[in-house]
Design a protein around this ligand. Structure first.
Ligand code: NAD
Length: 496
C-alpha cells in the first residue's frame, strides 16, 4: 500500500496531519493511504505558487502553450496508466475512463491556443491620435477544488487554461480518488512546467478553508455538490475572491409522444446508467408526456435493462461499475427505499446486485422507478446513482414547468421529431445546457460548461471562452502621443 501525497514546488511530498483510506470500490478493499495536508503544508504550496508567479507571468503565451503541447503528448502516451488509476479508485469501466481522459485532453488542446485567445482587443483612433486597447492579464495564484466523479477531466477543465493565461495554481483534488489527478499533474511537470506553477495538495475541509481564507489566492474554481459549492462561493466572495462554483444536478429528459421511442430508450440507458449515474449531466428523470408515451417508455426500458451489465472496473464488457463508497451505496439504496415508501413503483430493482467474485464491492444495479411525483424526496434531491425515475405528465408545458421549478438547472434534453416543439423548449427552458435528441449535451472544449439556478454559483462557466475571462482580468489602456497638431488646453467636460 502506498501513500498518495502532494506536489509542491516541483517536489513530491507526503507530509500529513492525518491519513485517510482510499478504497478500490470494485473490491471494497483499502488500496492506498492519502496524506491529508494541514494548514502549514497548504500555506507552503501557496508560497511556492506566489513565488513562481512573476516569472511565469512574464513568460510569453506561446512558450506557455508549448508546455501544453508537450503535456497533451504525455497524456496520450500514458493513457493506459491513467485509465487504470481512474478505474482502481473511482470504479469507472476502462472505455468510460478513456472517454473522460479524452474530454480532458480536449481542454488541453484548447489551452494550446493561448496566444490567439489572449490577443485582446484594439481600437485605433478612438479620438484624435488616440488609440485604446484591452488586454487580459493573469490574476496571480488561483485555486481549484474538484469532485470525485471525474478525477482526470474536471481538474483539466481548470488548470491548463489558468496556467496558459499566466496564473499559477493550487489544486485540491477529491480525497476519494486522487491518484490519477496527482499522476497527471506530475506529467505537466515532465512537460517542462517550471516548479511552483502547478501545485497539488491533497486534503479535506482544512486544506480548502486555508485556500479560501488566504489573501494570496485571487480566484477559486470549484466543482462538487451544491451545499459545498454554495459554501465555497459565499466564503470566497466574502474574502474578495473571484469564484465560480459548479454544483449538483437533477437532469430531466422530456419524452414527447412523437419521439422515436427505441432511440429515446437507447439514449436514456447510457445517460442514466453510464458511470453508475455518477455524472453531473446524468439523465436521472424521464418526464413522459401522455400515458401512451409513459407506458411505452417504461415497457421498453424495462426490457432493455435486462441486458445491463454491472461489474468490476477492469472488465470492459461491463456497462458500468460500482459507486464510489460504501456510504454512497447506502445513500443510493436509501433513496430507492424512500421512493418505494412514498408510493412510487420499483419496476427494475438494483438494490441487491450479485456480482460474482466481488461481493464486497460497492455495487448498485440499474434501477427504474415509475410513477414518481414532484413531492417525493427522491425526486427533489440528487441521487447520483444508477437510478432512472419516471414522472408522467399530460403536456409539454407541464413537463417544462416541472423542470423550471426544480432547484437545479444543469442539463436537460427533449426527445421529439417536432422541430417547433424542440425550438420552443430550447428557447424557454431554465437550464444551462440543453440537448435536442442528445442526452448528454456536454459542451465541447471550445464552448463553455455550466448550469443555471443552484447548479452554478457565479457568472462565468467552466472551460472554453468563459475560462479565458475567468482566469484573467481586463485592463483597458487609452494612449495618446501628443504632436504639435493635437496639443490641447485643459478640458473640464467630456468631449462631445
Ligand atoms: P463534494 O461536494 O462532496 O466534494 C467536492 C470537493 O469539495 C472535494 O474536493 C471535497 O474534498 C471538498 N469538500 C467536501 N466537503 C467540504 C467542506 N465541508 N468544506 C470544504 N470543502 C469540502 O462532491 P463529490 O461528492 O466529490 O462530487 C459529486 C458532486 O459533484 C455531485 O453533486 C455532482 O453533481 C457534482 N458535480 C458537478 C459538476 C458540474 O459541473 N456541475 C461536475 C461534476 C460533479
Amino acid at each position: 500500500m502506498s501513500i498518495v501525497g502532494h506536489l509542491i514546488n516541483g517536489e513530491n511530498r507526503t507530509d500529513a496531519t492525518r491519513h485517510q483510506d482510499i478504497f478500490n470500490p470494485s473490491t471494497g478493499q483499502v488500496s492506498n493511504q492519502l496524506a491529508i495536508a494541514g494548514k502549514a503544508t497548504v500555506e507552503e504550496a501557496i508560497e511556492a505558487a506566489n513565488a513562481a508567479f512573476p516569472a511565469w507571468r512574464a513568460t510569453p503565451p506561446a512558450k506557455r502553450a508549448r508546455v501544453m503541447f508537450r503535456f497533451k503528448e504525455l497524456l496520450e502516451q500514458h493513457a493506459d496508466k491513467i485509465i487504470t488509476l481512474i478505474g482502481e479508485e473511482h470504479g469507472k469501466i476502462s472505455h468510460d475512463a478513456q472517454g473522460e481522459l479524452q474530454r480532458g485532453i480536449e481542454s488541453v488542446e484548447y489551452a494550446c491556443g493561448a496566444p490567439e485567445l489572449l490577443k485582446g482587443e484594439h481600437s485605433r483612433n478612438v479620438g484624435p491620435s488616440i488609440d485604446s486597447w484591452s488586454e487580459f492579464q493573469p490574476l496571480g495564484v488561483v485555486a481549484g477544488i474538484t469532485p470525485f466523479n471525474f478525477p482526470a477531466m474536471v481538474p483539466l477543465w481548470m488548470y491548463p487554461m489558468a496556467i496558459v493565461c499566466g496564473n499559477t495554481f493550487i489544486l485540491k483534488p477529491s480525497e476519494r480518488d486522487p491518484s490519477s489527478t496527482l499522476f497527471i499533474a506530475q506529467l505537466l511537470e515532465e512537460a517542462g512546467l517550471p516548479p511552483g506553477v502547478l501545485n497539488v495538495v491533497n486534503g479535506d475541509k482544512e486544506a480548502v478553508d486555508t485556500l479560501l481564507h488566504s489573501p494570496k489566492i485571487q480566484a477559486v474554481s470549484f466543482v462538487g455538490s451544491t451545499p459545498i459549492a454554495e459554501y465555497i462561493y459565499a466564503t470566497a466572495s466574502a474574502n474578495g475572491k473571484r469564484c465560480q462554483a459548479l454544483g449538483g444536478a437533477k437532469n430531466h429528459a422530456i419524452v414527447l409522444p412523437d419521439a422515436d421511442m427505441d432511440n429515446a430508450v437507447n439514449q436514456l440507458l447510457g445517460a442514466a446508467f453510464g458511470s453508475s449515474g455518477e455524472r453531473c449531466m446524468a439523465l436521472s428523470v424521464a418526464v413522459t408526456v401522455g400515458n401512451a408515451a409513459g407506458d411505452a417508455l417504461v415497457a421498453k426500458m424495462k426490457q432493455a435493462m435486462t441486458g445491463l451489465k454491472v461489474g468490476a472496473h477492469n472488465d470492459s464488457s461491463n456497462d458500468f461499475g460500482p459507486v464510489i463508497t460504501k456510504q454512497h451505496q447506502e445513500k443510493v439504496v436509501g433513496y430507492i427505499n424512500s421512493a418505494e415508501e412514498d408510493g412510487a413503483k420499483i419496476v427494475v430493482d438494483g438494490r441487491n446486485p450479485k456480482i460474482a467474485g466481488f461481493s464486497e464491492g460497492f455495487f448498485v444495479g440499474g434501477t427504474l422507478i415509475d410513477n414518481v411525483t414532484p413531492e417525493m424526496i427522491s425526486y427533489k434531491e440528487e441521487i447520483f446513482g444508477p437510478v432512472l425515475q419516471v414522472v408522467r405528465v399530460e403536456s409539454m408545458q407541464e413537463a417544462m414547468n416541472l423542470i423550471d421549478a426544480h432547484e437545479y438547472g444543469n442539463g436537460t434534453c427533449v426527445f421529439t421529431r417536432d422541430g417547433e416543439a424542440a425550438r420552443y423548449f430550447s428557447d424557454h427552458i431554465q437550464v444551462g445546457m440543453v440537448g435536442i435528441n442528445v442526452p448528454l449535451p456536454v459542451p465541447v472544449a471550445y464552448h463553455s460548461f455550466g448550469g443555471w439556478k443552484r447548479s452554478l454559483f457565479g457568472d462565468l462557466h467552466a472551460y472554453g471562452p468563459d475560462s479565458v475571462r475567468f482566469y484573467t482580468k481586463r485592463k483597458t489602456i487609452t494612449q495618446r502621443w501628443p504632436s504639435t497638431g493635437v496639443r490641447e488646453g485643459a478640458e473640464f467636460a467630456f468631449p462631445s
